[in-house]
Design a protein around this ligand. Structure first.
Ligand code: BJW
Length: 232
């Protein structure tokens, strides 16, 4: 087994204190998706949306990576083949743990994007409702994240990685949001072994050949240790 592709979701950062979306008490129980995670919601009420992401930016800046992020960084460092981490998360906890070349398919809280000219820059801690673009000066700055109805980032690169995968694992993601929820089927088509690691079975659990259930900070380090032991 040479190439490992890992998809992570909000569950991997839950034990770092960052809320998930769909769990009880999660972000979608406090905010309507269509208000804060669609381009139409942003057009209607930019102050509400900037406030939502400003608060999450502050929270993410104060969060520390946990044992699951650290285990994946170890896997990438010690595995003899490629380990590619694709995350739906907009926090920077994989990088903080030492993982390299993380693919952020839903963007990053640390980034700002001009809805008028497409310019990207480092987001200030607090973005204003009418944040001016440093390139074109139009007050159309928004968080550089992917909302519903928008095209996720790095689609072609991710599909290429999945087509080469020998092992695909999904960690802490509910399997409710596409295209990420369909990656397991892409990986299976390429002949990869598929594993789900999650607190509870996801919406697409039946597509996986192996499952490990429990908190990410426990199941991920154990799984990584097993992979590295088996290979040594
Ligand atoms: C633990 C744990 C612990 C808890 N340890 N685990 C079919 C095909 C293709 C697309 C679609 C389709 N059907 C519908 C669509 C459209 C849509 C979609 O999927 N809708 C669904 C509602 C059905 N998809 C899109 O719009 C996407 N774009 C797209 O498809 O473009 C195509 C296109 C074509 C042509 C023109 C234009 C476009 C974009 C999706 C963008 C999602 N954006 C968000 C917000 C990002 C910014 C932000 O962070 O605010 O991404 S929504 C939100 O959901 C966020 C997440 O990344 C994403 C996934 O959530 P995740 O990570 O799975 O979290 P939860 O909360 O759902 O689950 C947590 C999990 O953790 C649970 O399983 C727990 O058990 C577990 N857990 N504690 C381990 N301690």
């Amino acid at each position: 087994m040479k190439k490992i592709v890992i998809l992570t979701g909000a569950g991997i950062s839950a034990e770092s204190g960052l809320g998930t979306f769909r769990d009880e008490g999660g972000l979608w129980s406090q905010h309507r998706i269509e208000d804060v995670a669609t381009p139409e919601g942003f057009a209607r009420d930019p102050a509400l949306v900037q406030g939502f992401y400003n608060a999450r930016r502050v929270q993410a800046a104060g969060a520390r990576f946990n044992a699951a992020h650290a285990a994946l960084a170890r896997l990438q460092r010690d595995w003899s083949g490629d380990v590619v981490i694709v995350t739906q998360n907009v926090d920077g906890l994989h990088e903080a743990a030492g993982t390299r070349d993380v693919i952020h398919m839903h963007g990053e809280l640390a980034g700002a994007l001009c809805a008028a000219c497409g310019h990207r820059w480092a987001a200030p801690a607090q973005m204003a409702p009418a944040e001016p673009c440093p390139a074109c000066a139009v007050p159309a700055g928004r968080p550089d994240v992917v909302w519903f109805g928008e095209m996720p980032y790095h689609r072609d690169a991710i599909l290429d990685h999945l087509s080469e995968a020998d092992l695909f694992a999904a960690i802490g993601t509910s399997g409710n949001v596409y295209p990420a929820a369909g990656f397991v089927e892409e990986a299976r088509r390429s002949g990869a072994l598929t594993v789900e690691l999650n607190l509870e079975p996801s919406a697409v659990v039946s597509s996986f050949e192996e499952t490990r259930f429990g908190p990410a900070s426990e199941v991920v380090p154990l799984w990584v240790a097993e992979l590295l032991d088996r290979a040594s």
